[in-house]
Structure formats: C-alpha cells, structure tokens
Design a protein around this ligand. Structure first.
Ligand SMILES: [Zn+2]
Ligand SMILES: [Zn+2]
Length: 219
C-alpha cells in the first residue's frame, strides 16, 4: 500500500496515542487535513464525530510503520551510535524508505529486538513469527511420524528412532534385546503382548517396554 509520508506520520502518532491512552477514539484536530482525507479514502481510519478510529487495516499499517520507525532507531542507536534528536530525525526519514523486507533483514541483523532505544515495544516481526510457526509445524509432523510401538497396527513396519523410558531397567532390557536406533521392525501382534519381527527374530515385549520404543519411517 502506497501511503504518503505525512499520512504515515499520522498513523505513527495514532499508534503512540493508543499505546498511551485507554481510548480507541483519537482526537485529530491537530493533524494535516489532506493526510487525514488520504487515510480515510484508503479506509485506514473511520470518523466518529470529530475523532477517528483506526480500522483493522489501519491498525496493521500503523503497526508496520511503528515497527520500521523503532527498528530504524535501534539500528541508528546501536550500530551508528546516534541518540537524541539526531536519531529521531534520522529514524523518521529512514522509516519511509524501508520497504519490502528491508525491516525484516534489519530485525534479523539486530537479533529481533523487543524494544527501541526509548524502551518502547517494537511490534514483533513476522520473520520471527514465521520461524516459530514453521518450527512448530516441523515438530507436529515429526510427532505424527514418530510413534511409540504400541501405536502401530499389525503389519505396520518402521525403524527404531529412539528409546525413551523413565525406568533404567527398561532401557537395559531394550538394549539387551538389541533394539537399537536404526533397526527395522514389523509388528506381528499387539495383544496379549507386543510381538514384532526384527530381522530374523521375533521379539515379544510387554506394554511398558513397547511404549518406550519409538518408531519412525512408518510404512
Ligand atoms: Zn517517524
Ligand atoms: Zn523509540
């Protein structure tokens, strides 16, 4: 979305107002009328009498601008050693030219800072959210594809990935039977005990032991 600099400055001030005040309605009599008209026509703000409210899109746009501004401050402060008004002015210029992923690169370079040099929160970056999301996805897929032996059906096969048991003696039993990670197993029977084929041997284990053997690469 292309927004003029004066309109972006207003969105930025609105965000700060919302951070400071417990009111959703923002007084706008001091703001530039043209810029307000622009924001209204882009449907980023809505009038309520003589005050305005950010629309949900307006909220998202403000968040982006504030994020750029505070990341710019952080960069100018931490990397270039600037502070005070110089930093403010530079940040205000800089924020308008940070576009299309530049702020995410800066965010990464600065190790995803949570606060600007003034101690104000930097809206969390999508880069980090994305990374967290995909890590959670990977975990979910892994969890689904690695199951304890007790969850396998007759005829299902796979490879032992790891052994996990709270009881030391169970681990010893499992290892003594040669049930090592990487070994291929195929379930033959699930009751009364768990019987499975491993290479040329059939092995029977009780439920507690079977629960401690985790299988992946399921077929
Ligand atoms: Zn600014
Ligand atoms: Zn700041």
């Amino acid at each position: 979305m292309k927004i003029s600099e004066p309109a972006e400055e207003i969105l930025e001030k609105m965000w700060v107002f919302l951070e400071d005040e417990d009111d959703k309605l923002i007084p706008v009599n001091e703001y530039d009328k043209d810029a307000l008209r622009e924001l209204e026509s882009l449907m980023l703000i809505e009038y309520e009498g003589d005050k305005v409210q950010l629309t949900s899109e307006g909220f998202e746009e403000s968040k982006k601008i504030i994020r750029r501004h505070r990341l710019a401050e952080k960069l100018l402060h931490d990397v270039l050693g600037m502070s005070g008004e110089d930093m403010e002015t530079a940040a205000c210029n800089f924020e308008h030219i940070m576009e299309g992923g530049v702020e995410d690169s800066i965010c990464t370079v600065l190790f995803h800072p949570e606060e600007c040099p003034h101690g104000n929160p930097i809206p969390p970056c999508e880069c980090l959210e994305e990374a967290r999301k995909s890590a959670a996805e990977v975990k979910k897929v892994l969890e689904k594809s690695i199951l304890p032996l007790t969850k396998l059906k007759n005829g299902q096969s796979g490879k032992i990935v790891y052994i996990k048991s709270a009881k030391r003696e169970n681990l010893d039993t499992v290892l003594a039977m040669g049930l090592l990670p990487g070994r291929k197993v195929e379930v033959i029977r699930t009751s009364p005990s768990h019987v499975f084929q491993m290479e040329h041997t059939q092995i029977a284990v009780d439920r507690e032991i079977a629960e401690s053997i985790y299988i992946g690469e399921l077929n």
